[in-house]
Write a protein that binds this ligand. Sequence first.
Ligand SMILES: [Zn+2]
Length: 273
Amino acid sequence: MFYADGILRKSSLIDEIPGVFHGFSTRMGGKSTLSHTASLNLSHNLGDPEDVVRENLDIFARTLSDGLYGGETTVTLHQIHSAKVRVLTRDNAGEGYSLPRGEDGDGFVTAEAGVIPIARAADCVPILLAGLREDGCPVVSAVHAGWRGTVSGIAAEAVRQMLALGCELPTIRAAIGPHIGYCCYEVGADFHETVCGLRGADFAGRHITIPEGKAKHHADLTSMNADILRESGVAAEKIDISPDCTMCMSDVYYSHRATGGKRGVHGGGIGIR
Ligand SMILES: [Zn+2]
């Protein structure tokens, strides 16, 4: 179940993995003062001064880790709507904060403490995963899944790479964070066709439908990602889903669609104690 913890939103399933801290940020609790970024914007180049964004990353990291780690342990990257997931070690800590960004991509996995991967979004789907190796050490992942990353199976790629790091499949818990809901995610006619081409007509038919009382097709990024995680072997009861739609709740979250693109970004962060 998702629950509010101050400025964060958390998953009780991820809480079950010992030695792991996590959370999804909201707009609240940061230092940005521009109307479209106020106040916990986690991205550079959206109008906030560099030092304000760094301060926000620091606040997010400290809040997530109960003061254990600061912004210098965070890692953000240039997200490209791909299914590319990078493996991080503590040597990557600070990329996008005090160090230049590393390679582009849309997700991270790590089995090391001292590095906090952050997947950023503003309507797209942030997903956090955690599990354990046989020796009891955690493996964690943070993923940015836009519709293209979702359909390309980035959630499955994250699970695959967690397993490659020695994580045991039955231990994996996933949390699908706040994102634009089926209620608001209207898509054009060409969208169905594109998804058919990428993942087949059955997948497209299941997740792109016309909601009752609406005229146009809507896409369900929630069920798409949940389906893909289940196909990867993560049991349905190990998948937490945030009930919050970022567009319906654009006072709490950043929403690309609600603002015509003039917005900050929130994110999902996870780490090992
Ligand atoms: Zn909505």
